[in-house]
Design a binder for this molecule. Structure first.
Ligand code: PGA
Length: 274
């Protein structure tokens, strides 16, 4: 199986339902290679409207979070089943802006992961270290802890529904600093190695996306990194033009690296020493 290039955007708390619908409609008009998988993760309030019109072919729709319980006395929360009823394709768990909340602990994230995989949508698990953890050279431990805690109970038959986004917390959003590719290479190696420990050879097929201040000028530098299968973009992909441009440049760079000619997840050479 040759790998696909995964490309998605997190719209955070930025678009009301009509804006999301216009955005997704504009993306649907763009031409992309068959080897590209696109997804959009809008606020909850956009999901019902997208379900009503039916998301355009070739664009998956995700939710930004879900509760771990199927139902109950959890005012303001949304369950995996409710999202599945809106035809959501994937659910993101553990985004840095949620991990920043005191209630979003590793344990809660693990329960949410179990809830997602107990349902029908796919999982997008976000992991990443904070700046203090990087400065203290603790990022390896942090990533290992986040991955083992969240994915330690994933069963082999669920693995094809799992994808991981590595987003260093210090690189995300307005106050973030775009990472130097050489600074994130060891983190990517750590993630690949923990996934291999957990799932053996099957881990190679788990897509690993990079995110955090990715834009049209730097996307190629990240897409060429061994072990990376796609990009997860915020601000630079919130316009249809931006989305299309970052996708096209990132995909081109990834293909030049040979990302599309090898087994999903990158080549064995990419994995050497990981
Ligand atoms: P950014 O956001 O690209 O605007 O830094 C990335 C994210 O939060 O997923």
């Amino acid at each position: 199986m040759t790998a696909r290039f995964h490309f998605g955007t997190n719209l955070k708390m930025h678009t009301a339902a009509p804006e999301t619908r216009a955005f997704v409609t504009a993306l649907a008009a763009q031409t992309v290679d068959a080897g590209v998988r696109r997804f959009v993760i809008p606020p909850y309030t956009s999901l019902q409207g997208l379900a009503a019109i039916g998301a355009p072919a070739g664009i998956e729709i995700g939710a930004q979070n879900a509760h771990f319980a199927a139902s109950g006395a959890y005012t303001g929360e949304i369950s995996v089943g409710m999202l599945a009823a809106l035809d959501v394709d994937l659910i993101m768990i553990g985004h840095a802006e949620r991990r920043a909340l005191p209630t979003e602990t590793d344990d809660v994230i693990a329960r949410k992961v179990a809830a997602v995989l107990g349902g029908t949508p796919d999982l997008l698990l976000c992991v990443g270290e904070r700046m203090a953890e990087r400065r203290a050279l603790e990022f390896t431990d942090v990533l290992r802890r986040q991955l083992i805690s969240a994915l330690g109970s994933v069963r082999p038959e669920q693995l094809s529904r799992v994808q991981v986004a590595y987003e260093p917390v210090w690189s995300i959003g307005e106050s973030g600093v775009a990472a130097e590719p050489e600074d994130i290479t060891p983190a990517i190696a750590t993630i690949r190695s923990v996934l291999a420990e957990l799932f053996g050879k099957a881990a190679r097929a788990v897509p690993l996306l990079y995110g955090g201040s990715v834009n049209r000028d730097n996307c190629a530098d990240y897409a060429v990194l061994g072990g990376i299968d796609g990009l997860f973009v915020g601000r630079a992909a919130w316009s249809a033009d931006g989305f299309g441009a970052v996708l096209a440049r990132g995909h081109e760079a990834w293909k030049l690296r040979g990302g599309d000619t090898v087994e999903a997840g990158g080549s064995d050479a990419d994995r050497a020493g990981m």
